[in-house]
Design a protein around this ligand. Structure first.
Ligand code: PHE
Length: 358
């Protein structure tokens, strides 16, 4: 058989083989196409043999033979390339199928939280004071000695400094032990020709106390301050009554006991009639019928003067209450540490109380 014939038959056979191969499963297809390749193009392959015979061919036949051989090689290489791509596509599809995420699976429930009970009580009290025309002012927690003590009528070496054990950062800088320094900061800025000053200042305070059921090294206070001409103790008492009734019920009454704070004169300790036993005597009020809720007094003239307020013309009252203590009393919480531990069993007790309000 002439070489041309041999090559033409080979070409026909190859077309047929490739058709057969294309009908196979992807994995077998790759194997079959490689076999075909080595059969034809391998060391002992038919093409190699044909090439060897080429040198004996007639010179005029050589170009045609050469072209034929090239065509066969190209056809095989194309078949291999095609198969490779096909197999890769199949494998990719397979993988995508396996990795599909089943989005019909129900997800995990996202639970709604609620506002912390302390935040809630604070917002309640803020609403009350805003409704009475007070402004809400905040001050720095890292405070200077001058404002935390000096301008509050507690010069250096004043013995009453021991009433509040202080975290000092340096000799002049400290973590505020009370919200009272915001009194001075606000008075200094207030333009009294435009009207009275009525403010509350909520915020964190710090004291070097050992934590126990009723003490925490960090807690929250709400400071109150009203300065105007002719402010009297009667105004203070009226305001305190409003607070007590708002927090602990309309039937509550208050009692003022003399006390001492360096920044107020006179100073009072404020008791509210026991909301549990209504004055009969129980464990909450320690059988006295009264519960101590806050400290207050008439602003000391020294404090007014140190903040640039003329004490011959102006007077005022101030009070300071502990937010945690208020909340503990109102909701019967027996340990201040519960507020900070984020135990959902504790927090959830207030959930129903707060639902619908958020
Ligand atoms: N600053 C006082 C304290 O922390 C509370 C207080 C404020 C008392 C204002 C009187 C007037 O104990």
């Amino acid at each position: 058989m002439s070489l041309i014939k041999t090559l033409e038959t080979m070409q026909g056979k190859i077309v047929e083989r490739i058709q057969q191969i294309n009908a196979l499963e992807p994995e077998e297809r790759m194997k079959a196409v490689n076999e075909l390749k080595s059969e034809l193009l391998g060391k002992r392959g038919e093409i190699v043999q044909a090439r060897q015979q080429l040198k004996d061919a007639l010179p005029e036949d050589k170009p045609i033979l050469g072209q034929l051989i090239n065509k066969i090689i190209t056809a095989i290489n194309e078949a291999i390339e095609e198969t490779k791509q096909y197999v890769e596509t199949c494998q990719l599809e397979e993988r995508l199928k396996k990795e599909t995420i089943d989005i019909s699976l129900p997800g995990r429930e996202v639970r709604m939280g609620t506002k912390h009970i302390l935040t809630r009580v604070l917002e309640d009290l803020e609403d009350l004071f805003i409704s009475m025309g007070y402004q809400v002012v905040e001050g720095p927690e890292v405070e200077v000695d001058l404002y935390n003590f000096g301008k509050m009528n507690l010069p250096k070496e004043h013995p009453a400094r021991d009433m509040q054990d202080t975290f000092y950062i340096s000799s002049e800088v400290l973590l505020r032990t009370q919200t009272s320094p915001v009194q001075a900061r606000t008075m200094e800025k207030h333009d009294f020709s435009k009207g009275p000053l009525k403010m509350i200042s909520p915020g964190k305070v710090y004291r070097r106390d050992d934590d126990d059921a009723t003490h925490s090294h960090q807690f929250q206070q709400i400071e109150g301050l009203v300065i105007d001409k002719h402010i009297t103790m009667g105004d203070l008492k009226g305001t305190l009554e409003v607070i007590a009734k708002y927090m602990f019920g309309e039937e509550r009454s208050i009692r003022l006991r003399p006390s001492y704070f360096p920044f107020t004169e006179p100073s009072v300790e404020v008791d509210v009639s026991c909301f549990k036993c209504s004055g009969q005597g129980c464990s909450v009020c320690k059988k006295t019928g009264w519960i101590e809720v806050l400290g207050a007094g008439m602003v000391h003239p020294n404090v007014l003067e140190m903040s640039g307020v003329d004490s011959t013309q102006y007077s005022g009252f101030a009070f300071g209450l502990g937010l945690e203590r208020f909340t503990m009393l109102k909701y019967g919480v027996d340990d201040i540490r519960h507020f900070y531990q984020n135990d959902v069993r504790f927090l959830n007790q207030f959930k129903t109380l707060l639902e619908g309000e958020a």
